[in-house]
Ligand binder design. Structure first.
Ligand code: SF4
Ligand code: SF4
Length: 671
């Protein structure tokens, strides 16, 4: 019996075992490094590596993601994964400390630091970490292989779970046998080992030593094989996911990269797998197959052919097939891997990109592939082609007379911007609020609010569609033409800020127009602006309506631009009660209009996205649905028209609710 708490180096391990650890250890690490190098070559695909910008910020982001597991912890399964990852990390650190303690401390300096209380805490922490790994592996396996699970199973995952569990179990067994043979007074500091030791207490020391040698050898070989095989197994995500988080495009979520010098280009978008760059190739490989993208995707919920995880995995498999293919041209073509029906089903809502713990941005890739279809093949989903033609010819997707653009403001005497006059705010009305009969009420409500607050504003007579939906449908040429025309028109006037009441206008003007020369204006969304007016006391006292309203967060406002607090603050000022949908804020669920879908009649086997969303909003029990986007308004109104049970629900833009709450005496309070 020994009472000295000290880490015994290579207890009961024969000399061949001690030497073997070093030889196999070096070989395992070499195999791991070689595997990672080969994998990196695959990501590069023959291209030269380019140094990333903002290296420190990228590294910080990766370290945060890996150690805090913030994104991963968003779901129950993710929280279990976090415990698994932390447990695994602690076990890794424990092994590293043991190496330092023995190989450096003992051999180089003749002393050890894993002694006394330090050693006891070390033992306790590692036992708890090992236990956490085993429990989370068991829970993860139960979830993966339970009936109705949508997670992939199969031998790859079975091996991943079993190998890690085997290593931890043999580690515990090795420890328990040693404790049973040495019976230290402090063995309860290793709770699991202590328990195993008690179970083995009937065996003789000789038997224990003999079994220990075997189990220790098996544990060592399993651990080192695990390390060597990482690049070939599911555990490759240990380096692939951080690699993608490091390399990924750090642009704002709402921005799509511009095609520079579009007039000089001969090809557009992505038409073959070979055209994907290092960022995309790394992203395909980073997928952990968690399925969170599928869980939040409106196209999946509506039953369209698009399933983001499956799409990414087909592209990943194509990437790896390059390693074995004698003739790369015999590999599946991109149009097979990413069929157009899938590409056209995306609403570019960004839910998959937000949810993805590996930092994969599928909407950017989808727009890249749509660009080829749009600009080289001239292909669009039904309904979109005419909306594009209309936008090109008369500046609005409906094809209505440009001279009717200001009809919404008839009888309101709205100031129209004049050169040489300064305005605090240029109110960008947008096509929907200019032409759509229902959405026009938003523009009229905005004018009442601006007047009641005494804002010095004007609208721009030359306004035309900014081309956002065209860009997301892949028609970059039309988008750039529209952007240039609008920017030239802005330049004629003097104003401090552009105000928009449409999140698509807001995102495009704020995040995408600055890519063009001559655009450097501050852009503000109407919910933020109204909130400012209320907080600054610029609006007369608002009458609170005795209603409960549920706010539908538009994807392009809440998720893509992080604006979720201000609309709620405004709503609280005009309604007595508010409710929250299950999917709200940045985790909102799409209305089905984004990415050009406003102009298609797309519905999947499970229905239309707008109908699904209205149902979710109605499930809150609120009788008023507040929107902050003319497209959401239109989609939700048309969903209501299809659903008799939704008859009693009122759908209104926040601006309309605020205008209705203005006292009758307020300037412009009545039309
Ligand atoms: S952007 Fe939205 S619709 Fe498109 S794949 Fe992602 S979650 Fe689905
Ligand atoms: S793309 Fe991202 S969210 Fe989707 S399965 Fe892969 S890792 Fe998960």
């Amino acid at each position: 019996m020994t009472d000295l708490p000290i880490r015994p180096g290579f207890w009961n391990v024969p000399l061949w075992g001690e030497i073997g650890v070093y030889i196999f250890g070096i070989a395992a690490v070499a195999a791991l490094i070689y595997g990672v190098i080969l994998n990196r070559r695959l990501w590069l695909g023959g291209r030269k590596p380019e140094p990333a910008d903002q290296q420190q910020a990228r590294l910080t982001e990766v370290l945060r993601a890996v150690f805090c597991q913030k994104k991963i912890r968003e779901t129950g399964a993710g929280r279990r994964h976090a415990f698994l990852a932390w447990g695994f990390f602690l076990l890794f650190c424990g092994t590293a400390l043991a190496t330092l303690d023995w190989d450096i401390g003992h051999y180089a300096f003749g002393t050890q630091f894993l002694t006394g209380a330090t050693y006891l805490v070390y033992k306790f922490v590692l036992d708890i970490a090992g236990l956490a790994v085993l429990i989370t592996l068991a829970l993860g396996a139960l979830r993966r292989w339970s009936a109705g699970s949508t997670l992939p199973g199969g031998a790859r995952f079975a091996c991943a779970y079993a190998s890690l569990a085997f290593i931890v179990l043999t580690g515990f067994l090795t420890e328990g046998i040693r404790l049973a043979a040495t019976v230290p007074a402090w063995s309860h500091w290793s709770p699991v080992g202590h328990l195993i030791a008690r179970l083995l207490s009937g065996l003789s020391e000789e038997s224990l030593r003999s079994i220990h040698t075997w189990i220790w050898t098996i544990h060592g070989l399993a651990s080192l094989s695990f390390i060597a095989a990482i690049p070939l197994t599911y555990y490759a995500h240990l380096y692939r996911t951080p690699a993608n988080l490091y390399i990924r495009d750090r642009k704002p979520a709402g921005e799509i990269r511009k095609i520079e010098n579009i007039e000089e280009q001969e090809t557009f978008g992505i038409s073959s797998f070979e055209q994907f760059g290092v960022q995309e190739r790394t992203a395909f490989d980073a997928c952990t197959e968690c399925g969170r993208c599928n869980d939040v995707c409106p196209a999946v919920r509506a039953g369209t052919p698009l399933k983001p995880r499956e799409l990414i995995l087909r592209l990943r498999d194509r990437l790896h097939a390059e390693k074995k293919a004698a003739d790369p041209s015999a590999l599946p073509a991109l149009e097979t891997l990413a069929p157009r029906e899938e590409l056209w089903s995306c609403t570019t809502c960004g839910a998959c990109a937000r949810a993805c713990p590996a930092g994969i941005s599928l909407p950017d890739m989808i727009v890249g592939m749509r660009r080829h279809l749009a600009l080289e093949q001239g292909e669009f989903p039904e309904g979109v082609a005419s909306a594009l033609e209309n936008t090109a010819s008369v500046g609005n997707p409906w094809g209505l007379d440009p001279y009717e653009r200001m009809d919404w403001a008839k009888d309101l005497d709205v100031p129209v911007a004049e050169a040489g006059t300064h305005y605090d705010v240029l109110y960008w009305v947008g096509c929907a609020a200019s032409y759509d009969r229902r959405a026009r009420k938003i523009a009229r409500a905005m004018v009442r609010i601006l007047r009641a607050a005494g804002v010095n504003f004007a609208v721009m007579a030359e306004e035309r569609c900014h081309g956002e939906f065209a860009r997301r449908m892949g028609e970059e040429y039309l988008y750039q033409t529209a952007a240039q025309e609008n920017i030239e028109n802005f330049a004629q006037y003097e104003f401090d800020r552009i105000l928009t009441a449409c999140p698509h206008c807001f995102n495009t003007l704020k995040n995408e127009y600055p890519d063009f020369e001559g655009f450097g204006y501050e852009v503000v969304n109407h919910t933020v602006f109204i909130d400012e007016l209320i907080k600054a006391g610029r609006l007369p006292a608002l009458k609170r309506a005795d209603i409960t309203a549920v706010y539908h967060d538009p994807c392009y406002l809440a998720r893509i631009n992080g604006i979720a607090g201000e609309p709620r603050s405004v709503l609280a000022a005009v309604c007595t009660g508010t409710a929250e949908a299950a999917e709200c804020g940045e985790k909102t669920f799409c209305c089905g209009a984004g990415g050009g879908q406003m102009w298609t009649d797309r519905r999947g086997d499970a229905g239309a996205v707008n109908v699904i969303r209205l149902k979710d909003l109605r499930a809150t029990g609120a009788k008023t649905v507040a929107a902050a986007c003319p497209h959401c308004l239109t989609m939700l109104e048309s969903a209501r028209a299809l659903d008799r049970e939704a008859d009693s629900v009122r759908i209104a833009d926040i601006a309309e609710l605020v205008a209705a709450a203005l006292p009758d005496s307020a300037a412009g309070a009545s039309e």
